[in-house]
Design a protein around this ligand. Structure first.
Ligand SMILES: C[S@@+](CC[C@H](N)C(=O)[O-])C[C@H]1O[C@@H](n2cnc3c(N)ncnc32)[C@H](O)[C@@H]1O
Length: 334
C-alpha cells in the first residue's frame, strides 16, 4: 500500500498550527483512574508495577489493571478502524480459532460471541483473563515461543495481535501458526509501529524531539533483549508470513492519531480512545525497557515519560503512529 494522506487536523482542537499564541484544547490525552489488581497469582513487582512471572519469556509490559485497561481501550479503537470487524481475513464459518498472546482475552471473547459454534482458545504467559467467558471460549497459560502442543492442521483461524517486543523469533512463530492451521485456514497478525510521528513538520523534522528519542530507546531495548519492537516496520510481517509458506498475503495499515485532534469524525474518536490507551500505558511502557533493560534510574524514566506526556498534551503536536495488519492463507495443498 502506498503512503497514506496526511491526517487533517481540527482547528477547534489544535488552534493555529503556526501561531503558538493561539492555544488549542489540551484535554484530549486525559487522565484516568487507576484500579487495584486483586490477582491471586504471584507477580514480580518493579517500581510498584506488576509483571508476569513466566520462566520462559520475560515480557516487558506490566500486567496490572491500569495497563490491562489500556489494552482493552486499544481493542476498541481497533474495532472502530476496522468498521466494527474483529478481523479482515475472509473467514467462512470458522470452527477452531486460536488467539495467541490473548492478554485480557477481549478479542477471544468477542469472537466467541460472534461464532457461537466455534471453539475459541486464547493463550498467554500471564493469567489475566476473566473467568466469566462464553462457554465456547477457553484460556490456557502457554508460551507461544515454545513448541506448540496443539494438533497440527487443526485451526481455521489464528489471530496474533500486539506482541511487539515480546517475541525472539517471529519467523518461528508464524511457522508454528502455519503448521497448526488447517489447509485453507487463515492467519491474521496486527502490530503497532511504535514510532510516534507527527503531522506537524516542526515536530516531525526535529531530530531531538522526545517522540524520536522514545522509539529509539525501545528499539535499543529490543536489540538488547533480542525481542524486537520493530516487527511492524520494513515489511517484516509480510516477509516472514510469506516465508512461512502462506499465500494470498494482504497488508493493510492505518495512521492512528493520538488524541482527538483529527478533523475526520471517525479518526477523532479513534484518536480520543488512542489518547486514553496511551495515557493509561505510557508509564508502564517505559519502566521495564528503559529502566530495567537500558538501566535508567526511576527519576530519569519519569522525566522521559513526563516530557512525552507534555508533548501529547500540546494540541499542536499532531501525533500518530502506524498500525499494520497482515492476513494470509495456508494453501489447500500444504
Ligand atoms: C499488549 S498485550 C496484547 C493482548 C491481546 N493480544 C490484545 O491485542 O488485546 C500482549 C500480551 O502478550 C502476552 N505475551 C507476551 N509474550 C508471550 C508469549 N511468548 N507467549 C504468550 N503470550 C505472550 C503478554 O503476556 C500480554 O498479555
Amino acid at each position: 500500500m502506498s503512503a497514506q494522506e496526511p491526517i487533517e487536523f481540527d482547528p477547534g482542537v489544535v488552534g493555529d498550527l503556526d501561531d503558538a499564541s493561539v492555544r488549542g484544547d489540551s484535554s484530549s490525552l486525559r487522565e484516568s483512574t487507576t484500579s487495584i489488581t486483586s490477582s491471586i497469582y504471584e507477580y514480580r513487582t518493579i517500581h510498584g508495577r506488576s509483571y508476569q512471572s513466566s520462566k520462559t519469556t520475560e515480557y516487558w509490559a506490566p500486567t496490572d489493571n491500569r495497563h490491562l485497561e489500556g489494552n482493552d481501550v486499544a481493542h476498541q479503537y481497533t474495532l472502530m478502524l476496522m468498521n466494527n470487524n474483529l478481523f479482515a481475513a475472509p473467514l467462512k464459518d470458522p470452527k477452531k480459532i486460536l488467539d495467541v498472546g490473548t492478554g485480557t482475552g477481549i478479542w477471544a471473547i468477542d469472537i466467541a460471541d460472534q461464532f457461537p459454534d466455534a471453539e475459541v482458545i486464547g493463550t498467554d504467559i500471564s493469567a489475566v483473563q476473566p473467568s466469566w467467558v462464553p462457554s465456547n471460549c477457553a484460556f490456557q497459560i502457554d508460551d507461544a515461543q515454545l513448541d506448540w502442543t496443539f494438533k497440527k492442521d487443526h485451526f481455521d483461524f489464528i489471530h496474533i495481535r500486539n506482541l511487539f517486543g515480546g517475541i525472539d523469533d517471529w519467523p518461528k512463530l508464524y511457522k508454528q501458526a502455519f503448521a497448526h492451521l488447517k489447509p485453507g485456514g487463515w492467519i491474521e497478525s496486527m502490530e503497532i509501529d511504535i514510532q510516534t510521528r507527527s503531522e506537524n513538520p516542526r515536530v516531525q523534522n526535529d531530530p531531538n524531539h522526545v517522540f524520536h528519542k522514545w522509539c529509539q530507546l525501545f528499539w535499543a531495548a529490543g536489540e538488547k533483549t533480542g525481542r524486537s519492537f520493530k516487527i511492524a516496520r520494513d515489511g517484516q510481517m509480510q516477509k516472514y508470513i510469506s516465508e512461512a509458506g502462506f499465500v494470498d498475503v494482504h497488508h493493510q495499515w492505518w495512521k492512528v492519531p493520538i488524541g482527538g485532534w483529527a478533523q475526520n469524525p471517525l479518526l477523532k474518536q479513534v484518536g480520543q480512545y488512542n489518547g486514553l490507551y496511551i495515557d493509561l500505558s505510557l508509564d508502564g511502557f517505559a519502566v521495564f525497557p528503559v529502566g530495567q533493560i537500558l538501566g535508567w534510574t526511576l527519576e530519569e524514566v519519569q522525566e522521559l515519560v513526563n516530557s512525552m506526556r507534555k508533548e501529547f498534551a500540546d494540541p499542536k503536536s499532531l501525533p500518530y503512529y502506524n498500525l499494520h495488519l497482515v492476513y494470509a492463507r495456508k494453501p489447500e495443498s500444504a
